[in-house]
Every structure is written in C-alpha cells, then in structure tokens.
Design a protein. Structure first.
Length: 122
C-alpha cells in the first residue's frame, strides 16, 4: 500500500486531497479491499516525507465519508461496504469524460462524433 500512494508536488491539489483521492481510487479499482489495513499515520507520513498531520487529515476525511474505519490501538481499515466509493468513482470519471468531450466540442467535433470514434477504437 505504501508504494501505491504518490504525491505530485507540481499539482495544485492539496497533499491531503491527493491522498484521499488515491485511496478512493485504489478501493474503486480493487487494489485495496474491504478490511485491508492502511499504514499508520506515521508510517505513511514517513514514506511520503510529509507532516503526519497531513495524513491524519486525509484519514479523517476518509473516515467521515465511511471509506475507512479506525479501530483504537489496531489501526485504520478499509470499510466493509465500499459500494459508495464505487458509485462516487464512476460519477467522478464520467464527469471527467464529459469535461473532455466539452473540450473536443470546442474544437469542432460534436458529442455523437466523439462517441462514434470511441466505438471505432474498440
């Protein structure tokens, strides 16, 4: 798990948000599974070379969204019900695709043509 979280310091997205989004993405892609244990706050902070409070904030957000659960003295674990994460990830990716299609429309290609070309690429 430690090796799957990477920080992009060139990205304007706050580091804690990058951690949150990557963990959500790993859950949605099946890299992380229900009941998997996450590294401790100190472990992940040390690996990434960042302040532990940054990781703590990311974990707090993930816990408030029901993606992870914290068990005192045992650590943080991926929640058993990840259906919410999957739905959110699908929604996020569809929005991303829609944004790309809008950019293509600005270049003069309509939505139907984009979809047609995508089908042809299969």
């Amino acid at each position: 798990m430690l090796h799957t979280v990477m920080i992009d310091y060139q990205n304007k997205t706050p580091i804690y948000s990058q951690i949150v989004e990557q963990i959500k993405g790993h859950v949605a892609l099946g890299i992380l599974h229900p009941k998997d244990q996450l590294p401790s706050i100190r472990e992940l902070a040390s690996f990434l070379g960042i302040n532990p409070n940054t990781v703590k904030k990311a974990y707090e957000i993930l816990e408030s969204e029901g993606i992870i659960r914290s068990l005192s003295t045992k650590g943080c674990f991926i929640s058993e019900d990840i259906s919410k994460v999957l739905k959110e990830e699908i929604k996020r990716r569809i929005k991303k695709l829609d944004d790309e299609i809008k950019e293509l429309e600005k270049l003069g290609i309509n939505r139907q043509e984009v979809l047609k070309r995508l089908e042809e690429e299969k």
